[in-house]
Design a protein around this ligand. Structure first.
Ligand SMILES: [Zn+2]
Length: 59
């Protein structure tokens, strides 16, 4: 289970629309409107968020 990078409350779940396109949404929807089209995009975002804003403050 991957927790939501936006609200940190829900977890991400996949669903396919009628065209067969993958949507990854938060289990807390509609309270949380997080949505992504691919796990790759989510991991890229997560990597960006983890990047230290001030070098040296990473534990
Ligand atoms: Zn969420």
């Amino acid at each position: 289970m991957v927790s939501c990078p936006q609200c940190h409350q829900g977890y991400l779940q996949e669903r396919e629309d009628t065209q067969g396109n993958l949507h990854i949404t938060c289990s807390e929807y509609p309270a949380c409107r997080f949505e992504s089209v691919s796990w790759e995009a989510i991991y890229e975002d997560a990597a960006r968020f983890r990047h230290p804003v001030s070098p040296g403050q990473m534990s």
